[in-house]
Write a protein that binds this ligand. Structure first.
Ligand SMILES: [Zn+2]
Length: 283
């Protein structure tokens, strides 16, 4: 094995796919190469030395060897296991949603250090923030901007006219807010957005996290922004985001445990005897 064929990178494990009895194909998000895939041989065997360092949502230093079709992971060392996130179902659902968004919105092998830092910073922030929904909206708006789908919120996305300080409409197909005249033309469907909702959305889109995180924002406004962004992302991806179902069920059942057996992004969670058992992250 020549040294040129072996390389190292830091990466967050964002997706895993079972292969046969014991192997896996992992999707890694790295700061220097973007989204890459790695073959993890025998990683599901109990004695695997790699296994613990290659769980979903683990930040690791990974060594790979180049292959013809796919690179093989030959070494891994955990940098941060994000245990506080993994041990809290609420936080875990948020983090898995973030990784699915990264997986869906990024092309393979395209370096984007800002996006990597956004993902890492957002997962690190999850146990610390007072309002996780605010962090999720910040994450979505930053990600959309970074991958070229920054919604136009400052002026009408079609005619560039100034928006009225009342109700406007947010159009997923147009990629931003429509003025009343453009909305009336009916070429693009739009969802009504309040002036407060639009102003807060602009603030989250343009502000820095340090300022945003200490600004109290009404939950109904955040819900409104969530609806706008969801319809936009659904339009862009042309499908639902799988982990949203789980995210919603946990949000809905927050504080009142229910019988839950969710399966999302390769992570199985079971509810047993009044406590959520640790998700089978290594299944
Ligand atoms: Zn217009």
């Amino acid at each position: 094995m020549s040294n040129q064929r072996t390389y190292q990178t830091q990466a967050i494990i964002i997706k895993k796919t079972k292969l046969g009895e014991a192997d896996r194909i992992l999707t890694l998000y790295s700061p220097t190469m973007g989204k890459i895939q790695g073959f993890a041989k025998a990683v599901r065997k109990p004695k695997s030395k790699l296994g613990g360092h290659l769980e979903m949502l683990t930040y690791s230093q990974v060594t790979l060897v180049r292959g013809k079709n796919i690179d093989t992971i030959i070494g891994s060392q955990t940098l941060d296991a994000f245990l506080m996130v993994k041990n809290d179902l609420d936080l875990l659902s948020c983090a898995l949603y973030m990784t699915e968004m990264i997986s869906q919105f990024t092309p393979a092998e395209t370096e984007d250090i800002h996006l990597f830092e956004l993902l890492l910073h957002s997962i690190e922030q999850l146990p610390l923030v007072a309002d996780r929904n605010l962090l999720l909206r910040y994450f979505e708006l930053r990600l959309l901007g970074q991958v070229g789908y920054r919604p136009e919120l400052g002026k009408c996305v079609l005619c560039s006219n100034k928006l009225e300080t009342s109700i406007n409409s947010f159009s997923p197909s147009a990629g931003g807010v429509l003025c009343r005249s453009c909305h009336r033309l009916g070429k693009h469907y739009g969802n009504a957005i309040s002036w407060d909702g639009l102003e807060v959305m602009r603030f989250i889109q343009g502000g820095d996290w340090e300022s945003i995180s200490i600004t109290p924002i009404d939950a109904t406004i955040l819900d409104e922004i969530e609806r706008m962004l969801r319809s936009y992302m659904r339009h862009l991806l042309e499908r639902e985001i799988k982990s949203i179902v789980w995210l919603d069920s946990i949000k809905r059942d927050h504080g009142k445990p229910t019988q839950l057996k969710a399966y999302t992004a390769g992570i199985q969670v079971q509810y047993v005897n009044q406590a959520y058992i640790t998700p089978a992250l290594n299944s």
